[in-house]
Design a protein around this ligand. Sequence first.
Ligand SMILES: [Zn+2]
Length: 234
Amino acid sequence: MKKGVLISTTEHLLSAFTGMGIDNAIVELDNLELPILDGSAKPFVEMIQKAGIRKQRTARTYLRIVREIELREGDKSIAVYPANTYSVEYSINFPHPLIGKQSFCVQLTNGNYLKEIAAARTFGFLHEADAMRQQGLIRGASTQNAIVLNRDQVLNPPLRFPDEFVRHKVLDLIGDLALIGKQILGSVVADRAGHAMHTALVSRILRDRSYWEETALEVESEMPAMASAAALSL
Ligand SMILES: [Zn+2]
């Protein structure tokens, strides 16, 4: 089992669950790896919709961030600030003519995840493909399951959004933060972070209870009030 493959493909499913407000589900796998599908969370969203979503009687509990957490590493950073809803803001800066600086901010209410995030695909650079493959990050990557770029163009246009790249980073971050095990009430701001920083943030939060409290309160959130469940087979 390649660890990178497992991690890089699990977060797309976890991201779909969080984005759809699902915190209770049974997922059956016949393999140690999740399928990459089209490189986005959209196929997972469709499977969840097909499996059906059921509201449960138990009130959902949230992990409410009560004081600022910030991790920095050179020019990269990730921070969470107290807020009454869950929002994610991401900035990237890739030295590529089609990417460059992009920022995207989404509030995870009102089905925004489905409209703005779910369909954003992962991306890879042809000139880095060998290195990425060695790390198990895009094993078997192709134009079917990732946006593939060479030095100055997208090899499999069209893009699904002009800023699909940063939207996918938002998708990944939501999936990585799902490892906290509860929906967050907080405003997450990431600048050029990556999986390592996302998971470092998860560890920091779980290690130090002074950053958060558990709450069942629904404050200005339009997420379903009750826990929701779904069952699907992959
Ligand atoms: Zn991803």
